[in-house]
Design a protein around this ligand. Structure first.
Ligand SMILES: Cc1cc2nc3c(=O)[nH]c(=O)nc-3n(C[C@H](O)[C@H](O)[C@H](O)COP(=O)(O)OP(=O)(O)OC[C@H]3O[C@@H](n4cnc5c(N)ncnc54)[C@H](O)[C@@H]3O)c2cc1C
Length: 480
């Protein structure tokens, strides 16, 4: 029987820098590239809209080379077992992913492969380092970023670039053809995903992005040419296009973080580029992935377990006002509306909106995590959980519990001219740069400009000095 490898895709929707696919093509006579779509296992709506487009793009990429993407749609365990029966692989290769829904599916796949006596091989290509490589002297994982970062940098010389020799050889793509399965409708994008992609809100979000491997590399090249050198100075200013906006591409594995590093290294040999501050952020992502590998409970529970007794209030009206960008605090509302319109929010503003929700409004970080999971195109189990816990003060390396982001100071500092607010909160766009950060403190100007607070734009949900005091009291009680 021909040696057949099933390459199981999760969040590595690309063809290059993909060791599982490279090895499968090199080692086997036939290769089935398979995506399992289980409607119960979606991360969130915006993420699913991107997924639908990403699968379409990948399917076209494979077809252009004479290959095929096979898609099984339905309960994961049932269809994984069915795929083994139909394709009869000798082995299954996949890239290991952290967090849900991936962990559960990986466990199920292991059981089913064992029952069917099929070898299952994970690859750690979505990490820079295999888990357990960057550890402290006691062989424990780092739980503070800076020492992790230093230790990781001390080991980057051990990394090897991906070998794309076989995937670059067009003749080998014939191994991925599977015309019989194409006829059986196994290369069709699932209707429920297409339905999400066709929603007006999804169309509005997707028009901001050029989804797929090619779009990812174009974005990277544009970022390197136009923004990399100034990244460190400009990255915190949301009105400036200064960051890469590569997070969704990285989440879907349309581009590999490790391949980006080697691209930067190669470039730095030809020209002078200032890439270290950006690599630091890529390593934040690595840190988040390793944390979830070592501490899987942190996806839904605080890393510092003493915070599990924190008394959150659940106020549906407050949460809804926050979600809709109607808190009356312009920088927060701008961020929440950017998220709703584009499926993305600037990192600095993510921290500010998260701090307001958890510390000033006293709503659990899990409400925020869930909303982000539903609305971000880059919604990622590792980065999202780490980000929320960092801000809420209950995670690793967390912002100290007593530190609240003062949204007014943040707004004045990082959006001094109010450009970001004007873009996303147009009802305030005529206000001066002095008034725009806190319209309620400038009621005369609002009146002059015809803005009726409480009607055209909300009054703030909370008095920020009072909410700060209440937060500090709650934390003191927790400590006691
Ligand atoms: C409350 C909160 C929730 C978040 N949720 C997510 C999420 O669901 N998905 C997600 O990808 N990021 C999340 N982040 C991290 C960060 O905001 C985004 O990765 C970043 O804004 C993406 O923009 P960029 O691609 O332009 O980043 P760049 O500044 O260009 O950075 C390059 C890459 O490094 C990684 N990165 C950058 N900052 C961080 C960080 N703080 N933590 C981990 N990785 C980072 C990302 O993969 C990013 O694409 C969250 C942050 C916070 C505070």
């Amino acid at each position: 029987m021909a040696k057949t490898t099933l390459v199981w895709l999760q969040r590595e929707l690309r063809l290059s820098h993909f060791p599982a696919l490279e090895k499968a093509i090199a080692d086997s006579e036939r290769v089935a590239v398979v995506y399992f779509h289980d409607p119960k296992q979606l991360i969130g709506d915006a993420n699913s809209a991107w997924l639908a487009q990403s699968l379409q793009t990948l399917k076209q990429q494979l077809r252009a080379r004479g290959g095929e993407l096979l898609i099984f749609s339905g309960d994961f365990a049932d269809y994984f077992a069915q795929a083994l029966q139909l394709i009869e692989p000798t082995q299954v290769f996949y890239s290991f992913q952290v967090g849900q829904p991936f962990s559960a599916m990986q466990n199920e796949a292991l059981t089913i492969c064992q029952q069917n006596k099929v070898a299952l091989q994970p690859f750690f290509s979505e990490f820079w380092f295999d888990p357990g490589v960057v550890v402290n002297k006691q062989k424990n994982p780092y739980v503070v970023f800076t020492p992790f970062y230093k230790a990781a940098l001390a080991q980057v010389h051990t990394l090897e670039p991906f070998n794309d020799e076989v995937t670059e050889n067009s003749a080998d793509w014939k191994k991925l053809a599977w015309p019989e399965f194409k006829e059986q409708g196994l290369s069709v994008i699932p209707e429920d995903l297409l339905a999400i992609q066709q929603q007006p809100w999804a169309k509005k979000i997707l028009k901001h992005w050029s989804i797929g491997e090619q779009g990812a590399w174009q974005k990277l090249r544009y970022f390197i040419d136009d923004h990399l050198d100034d990244y460190n100075e400009d990255r915190d200013f949301p009105a400036i296009e200064a960051t890469s906006a590569l997070s969704p591409y990285l989440h879907f594995g349309e581009i590999s973080s490790r391949a980006i590093y080697f691209e930067l290294l190669a470039l730095s040999e030809q020209q002078s580029i200032h890439y270290q501050p950006w690599v630091r952020q890529l390593l934040w992502r690595e840190f988040a992935r390793l944390l979830l590998w070592f501490f899987p409970y942190t996806e839904q529970e605080p890393f510092q377990q003493k915070f599990s007794t924190m008394q959150w209030q659940t106020d549906a009206e407050l949460i809804e006002a926050w979600q809709k960008g109607l808190t009356g605090i312009p920088i927060v509302d701008a961020g929440m509306r950017q998220l709703w319109e584009t499926g993305y929010m600037h990192n600095r503003v993510r921290m500010v909106v998260a701090s307001l929700l958890t510390k000033d409004l006293n709503q659990s970080w899990l409400h925020g995590l869930q909303w982000f999971a539903d609305t971000l195109v880059d919604a990622d189990p590792a980065n999202n959980a780490m980000g929320w816990q960092w801000v809420a003060g209950c995670g690793v390396d967390a912002a100290p519990y007593y530190r609240l982001f003062n949204p007014l100071r943040q707004s004045e500092r990082f959006d001094a001219e109010g450009e970001y607010i004007r873009q996303w909160v147009p009802e305030l766009k005529t206000l001066s740069k002095k008034a725009i950060h806190a319209p309620w403190l400038h009621q005369e100007e609002c009146k002059m400009k015809g803005i009726q607070l409480g009607q055209d734009y909300p009054l703030p949900l909370v008095d920020l000095s009072q909410s700060r005091k209440r937060h500090l009291q709650r934390v003191e009680q927790l400590k006691a």
